[in-house]
Design a protein around this ligand. Structure first.
Ligand code: 13P
Length: 279
């Protein structure tokens, strides 16, 4: 799994992480990635894992879908914003390929200590680990924060001392909808990329311009996370379908167009991340 992200970093593209909010999301993500020959990361944020049926249920469901849909591109199942060491361990036990431990609200000492415990357990089970420094802004699935730029020394310490596989340094990005224009710290990004070997992860990518995404990719980001953009496409289409024909009640007739809207949006994300035709 690590080799896939390392390859993306070397070849200057990013593997998109798309978050799951139900079965249609899993199918849409796999369909879009297979059609465009892109490696893909299927994410479940820890705050919605219970809503999705629990670690074991959702991980098994994603892996079963990979089989029944005859998916041939590489897929990484990832826990986004793991809330506790215990939760990350549960995801590892359930069969996730990759987990994020979000210790960004802790002191750097405590963040390193907790992240280390996750890395030890995960690496023993061949699972890779993402850590976070600074704070991503916005509000999504109950993850709330004010933007706090990642400190360079903290990034170096967390990456090296915890032996991370990937690092998410918060540099002005926001979960959910942006208020005004996104303002990413590219000079800080450059300094972090030069100081740290491992691939970087960009959170809160919905609403960031294509140009800024490409700059972030060239400054070491090999994994980029999207959620809001897909959910907006899904909900806009769902509203339109229901408004167009108020007599509709057949779930498939109602849901099919919104699934198609998600597939198209995920394909456009894959093009933005330039991860198409890589496998
Ligand atoms: P957006 O919802 O802003 O796309 O962010 C997704 C994300 O970063 C998940 O970790």
């Amino acid at each position: 799994m690590n080799a896939l992200i390392q390859q993306a970093k070397q070849e200057h593209y990013a593997i998109p992480q798309i978050n799951v909010n139900g079965l249609l999301w899993i199918e849409s993500i796999l369909e879009a990635a297979e059609a465009t020959r892109s490696p893909i990361i299927v994410g479940t944020t820890d705050k919605v894992v219970e809503f999705l049926g629990g670690y074991h249920f959702i991980c098994t469901t994603i892996k079963n879908k990979i089989k029944t849909m005859n998916i041939t591109i590489p897929v990484i199942v990832h826990l986004d914003h793991g809330l506790t060491v215990e939760n990350c361990k549960k995801a590892v036990d359930a069969g996730y390929d990759s987990v994020m431990y979000d210790g960004s609200k802790l002191s750097i000492e405590e963040n390193i200590k907790q992240t280390k415990a996750v890395v030890e357990y995960a690496h023993n089970n061949k699972v890779i680990v993402e850590g976070e420094v600074g704070a991503i802004g916005g509000n999504e699935d109950g993850i709330v924060g004010n933007v706090k730029y990642a400190d360079l020394d903290d990034c170096i310490r967390l990456a090296q001392e915890a032996k991370l596989d990937t690092l998410a340094p918060a540099l002005g990005s926001v979960h959910g909808k942006y208020q005004g224009e996104p303002d990413l710290g590219f000079s800080e990004m450059k300094a972090i990329q030069e100081a740290i070997d491992i691939p970087l992860v960009l959170h809160g990518a919905s609403g960031i311009s294509d140009e800024d995404l490409l700059t972030a990719i060239h400054l070491g980001h090999a994994k980029i996370n999207f959620n809001t953009e897909i959910n907006i496409a899904w909900s806009n289409q769902l509203r339109q379908t229901l408004n167009q024909d108020k007599s509709l009640f057949n779930p498939q007739q109602i849901l099919k167009p919104s699934k198609a809207a998600m597939v198209e949006t995920i394909k456009s994300i894959i093009y933005k991340c330039t991860s198409y035709n890589r496998v």
